[in-house]
Design a binder for this molecule. Structure first.
Ligand SMILES: Nc1ncnc2c1ncn2[C@@H]1O[C@H](COP(=O)(O)OP(=O)(O)O)[C@@H](O)[C@H]1O
Ligand SMILES: [Mg+2]
Length: 445
């Protein structure tokens, strides 16, 4: 059942935003508006997220991901459109009601998770509950449980500066889990982590989600991360959602050339499964098995197939069996019943689709990065004024500004008041990191 629903959400920054929405509805482009100093950050976004789903919003830096996310918890009011959680329209709530929904039902995890330096890990994890006014004993109990879930058992009494970056990010996750919020909004939560730690965190999130069944919106500019985590993925470009679908939908049926160019470096063999690419088993009937007999029934096929694999087998694992003889690999469902077949031709054509000649299949190295394939936009520094506007609500529940400010000063880089930063430590816009390093890790794992 859909718990979160966004319908025709627009967010325009600048003067007379409502006029801008009307112009967009009449077909004006984002560029035309920009010429007037108006930024259409989110244009006509509609989607819904079910309980237990991880909905990933993916796009380059500046495509509107963070803005969209902030409309989902009421940090930003949409210029037009509606956001509903459990049927309740956030845009219709008073400030007070909104704060209550935000503190009880929604948690946010940012890229640069700022911890209170003079509080223990436990107290940091309990912060959201403290804001809610939960009594000490109760909040410490729940924070302890959340720390266990986040893999930080035994670190409760430590100080933040005793933790690695990855562990600090786990505290951020624990803080979000401790509040029992059903809706988790994660903005580039793992983007600042080293590839290996990042993968760990992705695994942990997937593992937690199996039992906790939260409703999660996860923002990333990293395609491989999107493909790993997303039950459904929305690809954003210039403020618009250009495609929504599963990883397989997006790989096999990119909605347009933009999406196609975006995905060309993905290691398809790791993302696609036997179930997604199989053909009808009937196509095998009438073929001749390697021992010379004709395959007439499902039983004949199962007996003659070089391998029988479950639906969720990564395509990468089909190369070996597919190259054995002429009979396709058999794909079976959870009950062991024949579900389809993967002939070697199908395997090769799927892996070649959208890829470069030679394909990306199974090659760990790949070619020059995605940054070349898709031009990245330069991140514009927000003005002090617009930052102040965002700060308004962000202060209520986000990371403590004390440490966020300190970090910003120390690094000399732009950091929004809510603890998110649009710029990587090396000063590059976040879109520049592309999916390549991760791709190698995935391919090599
Ligand atoms: N408070 C703001 N005021 C004016 N423009 C903004 C504000 N926040 C974001 N923008 C602009 O909206 C666009 C989308 O930004 P953002 O949502 O941060 O993208 P992403 O998270 O995908 O990098 C960018 O052009 C950005 O400069
Ligand atoms: Mg962002």
């Amino acid at each position: 059942m859909a718990r979160l629903q966004a319908e025709h959400v627009y967010k325009v920054f600048g003067r007379r935003p409502e006029d801008a929405v009307r112009r967009l509805e009449d077909g004006a482009s984002r560029e035309e508006l920009r010429a007037d100093g108006t930024t259409a950050a989110v244009i006509d976004a509609s989607f819904s997220v079910d309980e237990g789903q991880i909905f990933v919003v993916m796009g380059l830096s500046g495509s509107g991901k963070s803005t969209l996310l902030r409309t989902l918890n009421g940090l930003l009011e949409p210029t037009a459109g509606s956001v509903r959680f459990d049927g309740q329209d956030l845009t219709s709530l008073s400030d007070r009601e909104l704060r209550k929904v935000r503190s009880e039902k929604i948690s946010m995890v940012f890229q640069h998770f700022a911890l209170f330096p003079h509080r223990s890990v436990l107290e940091n994890a309990a912060y959201g509950l403290e804001v809610q006014g939960v009594p000490r004993a109760e909040r410490e109990k729940r924070a302890t449980e959340a720390l266990h879930l986040a893999g930080l058992e035994g670190w409760e009494k430590s100080w933040p500066d005793e933790l690695s970056g990855g562990m600090q990010q786990r505290v951020g996750l624990a803080r979000a889990l401790a509040t029992d919020a059903d809706l988790l909004l994660m903005d580039e939560s793992f983007s600042a982590l080293d590839p290996l730690i990042r993968r760990d965190m992705q695994d942990q999130l997937l593992e937690l989600q199996k039992t906790l069944k939260k409703t999660i919106v996860f923002i990333t500019h990293d395609l491989n991360e999107a493909m790993r985590l997303g039950d459904r993925i929305a690809v954003m470009r210039d403020g618009r959602i250009v495609q929504i679908g599963s990883a397989e939908d997006i790989l096999l049926r990119p909605a347009n050339d933009y999406v196609a160019s975006f995905i060309q470096d993905v290691d398809r063999s790791r993302v696609l499964t036997a179930g997604a690419i199989m053909v009808d088993a009937d196509e095998v009937l009438g073929r001749t098995a390697d021992h010379g007999e004709t395959i007439r029934t499902a039983e004949d096929f199962l007996a003659a197939a070089p391998a029988t694999v479950p639906l969720d087998t990564p395509v990468a694992e089909l190369f070996g069996p597919c190259s054995l003889g002429t009979v396709p690999v058999a794909v079976v469902d959870a009950e062991g019943a024949l579900a389809g077949a993967v002939p070697v031709q199908r395997l090769l054509s799927v892996l070649g689709e959208g890829g470069q000649p030679g394909g990306t299949a199974g090659q760990a190295g790949g070619t020059a990065g995605q940054a070349d394939a898709v031009k990245t936009e330069t991140v514009k520094t927000k003005t002090a004024k617009t930052k102040a506007a965002d700060t308004r609500a962000a202060e209520a529940e986000a990371a403590p500004t004390e440490t966020a400010d300190k970090k910003a000063d120390a690094g000399g880089r732009q950091t929004a008041a809510d603890g998110t930063a649009d710029v990587q430590p090396d000063g590059k816009p976040d879109g520049m990191t592309g999916g390549k390093p991760e791709g190698k890790v995935i391919a090599g794992a």
